[in-house]
Structure formats: structure tokens, C-alpha cells
Design a protein around this ligand. Structure first.
Ligand SMILES: Cc1cc2nc3c(=O)[nH]c(=O)nc-3n(C[C@H](O)[C@H](O)[C@H](O)COP(=O)(O)OP(=O)(O)OC[C@H]3O[C@@H](n4cnc5c(N)ncnc54)[C@H](O)[C@@H]3O)c2cc1C
Length: 467
């Protein structure tokens, strides 16, 4: 991201009653405050309102509405499309609202809207509990949850939204409501997969699950074994017990200890395991894959937060990101042939391809029970182009599109909304929600008819109006 060239505004925006920090173009800290995780995003908001509490969020949303400014809600700032920040927008920045309260007896966790998953894991692990999340601990709870939430516990406990009990939401009219199965049930349905379309969520209340130490980590195979390993992994997951989750990826072995020197810098086919069971049971699950002779086996017992944060250092904030995703119902031999051809061509050490399983508990929830529609999919697939430097980034983007174009004909249509890029358009959002899209539109009409919350994978109101 470059230094700002945004104009100073002669009039500062007053946000009555706001106690947090208000940052405008020209203020010290403006460039830091508008930067998001994806370093290729370079947007210039009109005002960044760093809220301290719910009252601040209400004040900021009311001000945006009164002035006709679009609202961007910033949770963890991780979205690859940079949806937590917008040109000329009022950014409701929740990064100071990160408290986590755990009730171990009831196994209930209340999380403020700007927390990261690392904040949640830190708070829950001492009680032997966890909330299903993703695979990187620096990702925000807000965006990940509202889009669905796919991670290491998905086959056992479902998507993150399947553990959501309620949400406190500041609506476009500045009121605060609690949505759950009894109160505002239509809003609660839409929040579970429908993204940031309906309001600013100031806190999420989750069911936590018994997860302490797990057996997890990566197993690497040489590329000539790719087809065999992918097929065996796909067959295994069809019948695997729910407490085993394992994603497949092409990755470059990091050039650091403890990775073996002979492998460092090589592209490999990886299976990354999370088994929430006894070591003996885990050994049974792993045995057939160990027999295939991985070139590195890093799977072992560890605290769940150690697995959740294992890849954090490889993915620091500020790299350039571009990705393309799809849902996959069946991993056909033709699709595997595309992976065999394309996977080894990762253009940078940070680039990768991942296939995350959605079957097991996540797949047993009905396609209309929450806004997340593609419950039948076996996998969420994402091709990830990452470049620490902006110079070669066009090539990385082109690589991502080439790989995706080759695979897309083998996909189910639609993609996990949290892995849509910001240049994909409304049709891709529709394909991702399928027949849930009309119901989302109805909820949008009711809760945000003026599309104040438009900086997201937008479900426009039926009037098509926007601020
Ligand atoms: C390195 C990396 C790893 C990832 N791994 C996973 C993974 O394992 N599993 C997975 O499911 N996803 C994963 N993702 C995708 C991730 O879920 C999305 O990028 C998500 O949007 C990030 O949420 P955030 O709060 O950090 O983002 P932000 O950029 O802050 O926000 C993203 C969107 O969510 C909205 N939003 C955020 N918080 C709130 C809130 N409190 N109220 C209302 N709207 C809100 C924003 O308005 C915006 O539209 C990963 C992303 C990255 C970059």
C-alpha cells in the first residue's frame, strides 16, 4: 500500500457522543489505520471510527446514515477483497473491541465483534474448550463467522455458524438488537452465512466444545505421489469419523527449521490433520497415510491453539493477496489431473492451493437452515496467490486465474463467500447462496433497505437503493 494522496477535508466529521478514536485523511496514523491484511488494497475512507463500545458503534452508524456515507465494518481486517475498508466510506473499526468472556460451566463464549480467533483460543483453551474457527489465528471472528467459518473442527462440530447461539447487532437505523432462534429469527438465519450485510455485530455468543490437546500437524508427500494421495484422502474422508478433519494443500516447504534442509523450498503435496481423539485412535487414522511414505511427518499431539497458530508466521500482514475459490461436490479424476499439472507451479513460496472438507457435521445441516447454502459440497477449494512484493503481483494474479479457470468446470458452482475476491461480481455471490439469495434479499429489505452496509459480498435490497 502506498502513502495516502487523499485530500484533507476542510470540515471534520463530528460523531456525537463518540468516545473512541476518529481518524481522517491527513491525520497522523491515517495510513496505518486504513491498511488491511491484504497489502494490495489501497482505499481511502472518509472517516475511520475506532469504537470502544456498543454506544460508539451506534453513534458511528447514525452519523454515516445521516451523512449518506457507506459503512465498512472492520473486524479482523483479513478479507482478501479488503471489505473491511472502503473509499469515501465511514469505517466502523472494531479492533479495540476484542474482549472474550468464557462461561466454562455452561460452555458458552461471548466474543466482541473485533476479536481475532487467537483471542478466542487464548481464552477458551485453559478450560479445555474451543469454538470451531479456521486455520490461522490472526483472522477476525467477525468476518469469518458471518461468512460461515471453515476450519479444523468442521467435520466434528460443523461450521462456525453452527455453534453461534446469538449475536448483538447494531442495525442501519442505529438500534441494537439481539438475534437468536427466538428473537429476530430471520436476521439470525441471515447472519449465519450472509456476511456483513445486515448490521455491525458487536458481540457473538457461541457454544464451545470440548477440545484440549489434539493430534495434528502436516504430513508432506513428494509431488509424484499427488494423484495417489489425493484419491486416498478423498476416499478416506467419505467414511472418516467426524473427529478427524484433514485438508489437502500444495505448499512450499518453508526455508526454516524444523523443516528438513533437503526439503526446504520444495513444493509438496500436504495433508494437514486435526484429530480430536486419543493418540491411539489418531494413530489408527494416520497409519494408512504413514504407510505411503511421507517425506515429512509432522503430525503429533499438541494443544489446539498451537495448531491454530502454526501457520501464522508464514502469513504476515501486508503481503499482496489474490484468490479464487469454488465449491467441489466430487473430486473427479479429471480434477485431480488438473491439480497434478497446476499444483507444482506455485509462483511464490507463499502461494498455495487448499481443499477444506465440509462433510461430516458441517454437511449434515440443511441447505436452508442457515444462509450458507452449499452444505452438500465435499470441499471448499481455494487457489491462493500471495506475493510479499507488489512488483511480480500481476503474474501471481494471472497464475491464480489460470489454475482456477482449469478447475472451475469441475466445480459445483458458487464459492465460499469468505473466499470470493472483490472483482467477481453479483452473479458469483448469487451462485454461492443459490435459492437462499431471495430470502437474504427479503431480510436485507427489512433490516437495511437503504444498503448502508454495502461494503461486503453485497446482497442488494430489492429496491436496489444504496446510500
Ligand atoms: C490468511 C487467511 C486465512 C484464512 N483462513 C480461513 C479459514 O481457515 N477459514 C475460513 O472460514 N476463512 C478463512 N479466511 C477467510 C476469512 O474468513 C475472511 O477473509 C473473513 O472475511 C475475515 O474476517 P475479518 O473479520 O478478519 O475481515 P474484515 O476484512 O475485517 O471483514 C470482512 C467482512 O466481514 C464484515 N465484518 C467483519 N466483522 C464484522 C462485524 N463484527 N459485524 C459486521 N460485519 C463484519 C466486514 O464488513 C467485511 O464485509 C482466511 C483469510 C486469510 C487472509
Amino acid at each position: 500500500m502506498t502513502t495516502t494522496t487523499a485530500p484533507h477535508h476542510s470540515e471534520r466529521i463530528d460523531v456525537p457522543g463518540f468516545r473512541g478514536e476518529l481518524i481522517e485523511p491527513g491525520d497522523a496514523g491515517y495510513d496505518d489505520a486504513r491498511a488491511v491484511y491484504n497489502g494490495s488494497i489501497d482505499r481511502h475512507p472518509r472517516l475511520i471510527a475506532r469504537a470502544m463500545d456498543v454506544a460508539d458503534v451506534i453513534a458511528a452508524v447514525q452519523t454515516a446514515r445521516d451523512r449518506g456515507l457507506p459503512v465498512a465494518v472492520r473486524g479482523g481486517g483479513h478479507n482478501a477483497g479488503g471489505l473491511g475498508v472502503g473509499d469515501d466510506a465511514l469505517v466502523v473499526d472494531l479492533s479495540r473491541m476484542r474482549a472474550v468472556h468464557v462461561d466454562p460451566a455452561e460452555r458458552v463464549v461471548r466474543v466482541e465483534g473485533g476479536a481475532t480467533w487467537g483471542d478466542v483460543d487464548h481464552a477458551t483453551h485453559p478450560f479445555g474448550l474451543a469454538v470451531p474457527s479456521g486455520i490461522i489465528s490472526t483472522t477476525g471472528v467477525g468476518g469469518l463467522t458471518l461468512g460461515g467459518g471453515l476450519g479444523y473442527l468442521a467435520r466434528q462440530f460443523g461450521l462456525t455458524i453452527d455453534s453461534l447461539l446469538s449475536a448483538d447487532v447494531v442495525l442501519a437505523d442505529g438500534t441494537l438488537v439481539t438475534a437468536d432462534t427466538d428473537r429476530h429469527p430471520d436476521l439470525f438465519w441471515a447472519l449465519r452465512g450472509g456476511g456483513g450485510n445486515f448490521g455491525a455485530v458487536t458481540s457473538f455468543t457461541f457454544r464451545a466444545h470440548p477440545v484440549g490437546d489434539i493430534v495434528g500437524g502436516p504430513m508432506f508427500f513428494s509431488l509424484d505421489r499427488t494423484a495417489e494421495v489425493m484419491r486416498a484422502w478423498d476416499d478416506y474422508l467419505e467414511e472418516a469419523p467426524d473427529d478427524v478433519t484433514c485438508w489437502f494443500g500444495f505448499v512450499t516447504v518453508p526455508a526454516v527449521a524444523p523443516f528438513p534442509a533437503a526439503l526446504q523450498g520444495q513444493v509438496v503435496a500436504a495433508l494437514v490433520w486435526c484429530i480430536n481423539a486419543s493418540v491411539d485412535r489418531a494413530e489408527e487414522a494416520l497409519a494408512p497415510f504413514r504407510e505411503k511414505g511421507p517425506v515429512m511427518d509432522g503430525v503429533g499431539p499438541m494443544p489446539y491453539p498451537a495448531l491454530q497458530s502454526a501457520f501464522d508466521a508464514l502469513y504476515p500482514s501486508g503481503d499482496q493477496w489474490y484468490w479464487r475459490a469454488d465449491f467441489v461436490d466430487d473430486l473427479s479424476d479429471d480434477a485431480i489431473a488438473v491439480h497434478v499439472a497446476q499444483g507444482p507451479t506455485l509462483p511464490t513460496p507463499q502461494s498455495s492451493m487448499h481443499l477444506y472438507p465440509i462433510n461430516g457435521a458441517a454437511g449434515r445441516v440443511g441447505r436452508h437452515d442457515t444462509a450458507f447454502s452449499h452444505r452438500q459440497a465435499r470441499y471448499a477449494q481455494v487457489i491462493v496467490g500471495v506475493d510479499p512484493s507488489p512488483e511480480g503481483f500481476d503474474d501471481v494474479r494471472a497464475w491464480t486465474r489460470t489454475y482456477h479457470d482449469a478447475l472451475h468446470p469441475h466445480s459445483a458452482g458458487g464459492a465460499y463467500v469468505n473466499m470470493l475476491q472483490d472483482d467477481e461480481g453479483l452473479d458469483r455471490v448469487r451462485e454461492s447462496y443459490r435459492d437462499n439469495f431471495d430470502r437474504l434479499t427479503a431480510v436485507k429489505d427489512r433490516y437495511d433497505p437503504g444498503n448502508v452496509f454495502c461494503l461486503n459480498n453485497n446482497v442488494p435490497p430489492s429496491t436496489g437503493s444504496s446510500v
